[in-house]
Design a protein around this ligand. Structure first.
Ligand SMILES: [Zn+2]
Length: 250
């Protein structure tokens, strides 16, 4: 069996920082908090604008809570969680949790969001089949990650989804990078040191979800998970705790 890490660079490069607006597009509430909110905290500290777009409200995420009650609750938790890392714009595309379909409807909704926000950096979550060749990824993450990578191009082409232009959304061809958090083939990283405490606090805002997910004390769970990941990533980033991204330049 080949080691999937063999082809990876030994050291991760610093993520480019000559940009002012980022848009993060993910499937569910908590995806960004598990994935990269320490980096988001550092970006907003530096005066950059970051907005979140979620394909669903995570309404199918809690077995004991029916979707009609779960969706609004997880939306509130997501907004609180975003606020902890300096993000005040959180939008929901209202695709169906658990059964998000990759296709032109999803690409169009994400392309529309990119045209509204006009980011230079687009962030999404692992679009690959697995998490590091170990755990199978969920179809929602794969669909949204892939559609986001595709929509970064769609957003710049006036003849793809011409109905968006009719709605006043002019093409935006200014996306320079799509950065995928949680990828098993990372290329770049962001120093997690300044944002790590807020990343933990941000994940903790998903209280209802964490309470059903783990028997552990939620704060211990959130801190151990995020610091463990940041430390491992840091081994390839000069020893500093880090958040890794696979970057696709455009
Ligand atoms: Zn998710």
């Amino acid at each position: 069996m080949t080691d999937p890490r063999k082809d990876q660079p030994d050291q991760l490069k610093p993520l480019p920082d000559d940009w002012t607006r980022a848009l993060a597009v993910v499937a569910h509430p908590d995806d960004l908090e598990y994935g990269c909110s320490a980096a988001v905290a550092a970006w907003t500290d530096a005066g950059r604008e970051v907005a979140y777009v979620l394909a669903t409200r995570g309404e199918a995420g809690i077995d004991t809570l029916e979707p009609a009650r779960c969706g609004p609750l997880r939306e509130r938790e997501q907004r609180a969680s975003a606020a902890v890392v300096g993000v005040s714009v959180v939008e929901f595309l209202d695709h169906a949790d658990g059964v998000i379909e990759y296709g032109t409807a999803l690409r169009r909704d994400i392309a529309a969001a990119i045209r509204r926000h006009r980011p230079e950096l687009v962030v999404t979550l692992n679009h690959r089949d697995t998490w590091g060749g170990v755990a199978w990824n969920t179809p929602d993450h794969v669909a949204v990650g892939r559609a986001t990578l595709d929509a970064a191009g769609d957003a710049g082409n006036r003849w793809i989804f011409p109905e968006l232009v009719e709605q006043g959304l002019e093409p935006w061809d200014g996306v320079r990078w799509v950065a995928v958090a949680g990828s098993s083939s990372p290329t770049h990283a962001v120093d997690a040191t300044p944002g790590l405490d807020r990343a933990v606090a941000s994940l903790l805002e998903h209280r209802t979800y964490l309470e059903v997910l783990t028997e552990e004390d939620p704060e211990t769970y959130a801190r151990d998970f995020l610091t463990g990941f940041a430390r491992t990533t840091g081994e390839r980033f000069g020893g500093r705790p880090a958040v890794a991204f696979e970057v696709f330049p455009r």
